[in-house]
Design a protein. Sequence first.
Length: 72
Amino acid sequence: MKKKFKCEVDCANCAAKVEEAIKKVPGVIDANVNFLTQKTMIEAADAEFDAVVKAAYEAAKKVEDEFVMEIA
C-alpha cells in the first residue's frame, strides 16, 4: 500500500533528513518527504501498514522534533 499524508517540515534539508530516517524503518518499501507540497508518501505492505506508519513517524520525530504528520 502506498499512501500520502499531510505534513509540516521546516526546510528542504529537514525533509531530506526525515525521508532518510523513514526509509530506514523496517517494513518501509519506499518513502518521500516533499518540502514544497508538505506531503509525505510512505509505501509498505498492506498487512503491517499502520504499524509501519507509526514507526516511521516516531523515527522522523527523533531526527526532526518539529516534524508533524497527519496520520489519521
